[in-house]
Design a protein around this ligand. Structure first.
Ligand SMILES: *Cc1c(COP(=O)(O)O)cnc(C)c1O
Length: 455
């Protein structure tokens, strides 16, 4: 194995690399973890340590690391045609083929893909597209978009505005106008002792209340993740999505599923919309679309929306230099083909997901764990000081940080969102690797518990 001078790399990194989503003073104190290689579900750092990547990178490496076929198609495409754009009535082969395959694997109302480079810019596209759609429909005042508290829709001005994270709004002056936020379906933190299904209905009805308050003729769309990811893996009660669907239909509000995490097998079906029977009008895709091997995103446009634009539209003055980038599209195409041909989603669903649920469910007995939630290969442990009262240790996510840091020492990558410990392994994880993951989580919980309770 190649050897690296970690201290030197960290010093250069600290000096010249301005990091995203990072507490800079803390980073300068501790130094960065430098990742140098990966294979399957494992990543390696510059000191030669091997970690089980329980987060699939940033929720994206669905087919796992080390698939050389993707490198081969990237090389071949760069040699054939490294770049050409999709503006002004141009096209190139990989974008055409990927759009066709996406129409095949997405729900039947979707036959058109708009390409971008990320989930964030996809959600910028969503805002512009839904407002444009209503304008072409003769209802230009329908320009308000409703999202949810604690949602994550990316980090551009539009993405972060749609997102419901106050800490993000505070950096840079957001949200932009005409964005509303309603309740998230987080049952564990409900204080009214409702059953899960009662709570799911109530959370969904906060959408209806807001529609009526703002005026139905002002609402362009509602956007939501089928399962909230970065907000802490909030698995909604089964009653939630049918009620949301009813409300959107009743007021003719476009329904947008942000499938950036849930898409491409994460919930055990191709899309979260399949898992929850969501009939949406637009879908945002990224992350698993290329399994992170290339930066690419897409907005799937339903026939309902596309037909209005095809008939009534003028020039759609929106797009990116790299919309439909041939190398990114070629890699995403190969990734989706591998997923389909190797039945990666079916294998995960039929052979490992139920096992993952049953194994992480055993952690519910741990004195730190107030709740275990999971769906597909998304999981969360809610850390509490007191299981009876659901009280936390503090309001700064101290328990989550203690557990996350212990996991790192135990060579497991897990993330803490406040006091939710979250999991999102590659879809190719096998049962033995699940065992390793759960064993390391158990150990990390023990260590965090001892540190937090001072014994
Ligand atoms: C990650 C994420 C985004 C943003 O995607 P980027 O590629 O980071 O811009 C948007 N929506 C959801 C649900 C996400 O998880």
């Amino acid at each position: 194995m190649e050897s690296y001078n970690t201290a030197e790399l960290q010093a250069t990194d600290a000096k010249h690399h301005f990091h995203p989503f990072t507490n800079h003073p803390e980073m300068h104190r501790k130094g960065t973890r430098i990742i140098t290689g990966a294979e399957g579900v494992y990543i390696y750092d510059s000191d030669g340590n091997k970690y089980l990547d329980g987060m699939a990178g940033l929720w994206c490496v669905n087919i796992g690391y080390g698939r050389t076929e993707l490198a081969e198609v990237a090389k071949a495409q760069m040699e054939q045609l490294p770049y050409y754009n999709s503006f002004f009535q141009s096209a190139q082969l990989p974008a055409i083929e990927l759009a066709e395959l996406l129409a095949e694997v997405t729900p039947p109302q979707f036959n058109r893909a708009f390409f971008g480079c990320s989930g964030s810019d996809g959600n910028d596209t969503v805002i512009r597209l839904v407002r444009y759609y209503w304008e072409l429909n003769g209802q230009p005042d329908r320009n308000v978009i409703i999202s949810r508290e604690n949602a994550y829709h990316g980090s551009t001005m539009a993405g972060a505005s749609l997102g419901g994270m106050q800490g993000m709004h505070a950096v840079g002056g957001m949200p932009i106008p005409n964005i509303e936020h309603v309740d998230q379906p987080f049952h564990y933190r409900d204080e009214n002792n409702l059953s899960a299904d009662e709570f799911g209905i109530k959370a969904a009805q906060s959408l209806e209340e807001r529609i009526l308050k703002v005026g139905a003729d002002r609402i362009a769309a509602f956007i939501a993740e089928p399962i909230q990811g970065a907000g802490g893996v909030i698995v909604p009660p089964e009653s939630y999505w049918p009620e949301i669907q009813r409300i959107c239909k009743k007021y003719d509000v476009l329904l947008v599923a942000d499938e950036v995490i849930c898409g491409f097998g994460r919930t055990g079906e191709w899309f979260g919309s399949n898992t929850y029977n969501i009939e949406c009008d637009l879908m945002t895709l990224a992350k698993g679309l290329s399994s992170g091997y290339q930066p690419i995103g897409a907005v799937m446009v339903s026939d309902r929306v596309a037909s209005v634009i095809d008939q009534e539209g003028r020039e759609f003055t929106h797009g990116y230099t790299y919309s439909g980038h041939p190398v990114a599209c070629a890699v995403a195409l190969k990734n989706v083909q591998i997923m389909r041909d190797e039945k990666i989603i079916e294998n995960a669903r039929d052979n490992v997901m139920a096992y993952f649920h049953s194994q992480i469910a055993t952690l519910a007995d741990h004195p730190l764990v107030g709740e275990v939630r999971s769906k597909g290969f998304l999981g969360a442990l809610e850390l509490v000081k007191d299981k009876g009262t659901r009280a936390k240790f503090d309001d700064k996510g101290g328990a989550g940080i203690a557990c996350r840091d212990a996991a790192g020492e135990n060579r497991l990558i897990m993330r803490a969102v406040g006091d939710s410990m979250i999991m999102c392994p590659p879809l190719i994880i096998n049962r033995a690797e699940v065992d390793e993951m759960v064993e390391k989580i158990g150990l990390s919980l023990d260590q965090a518990n001892a540190a937090l309770r001072g014994h």
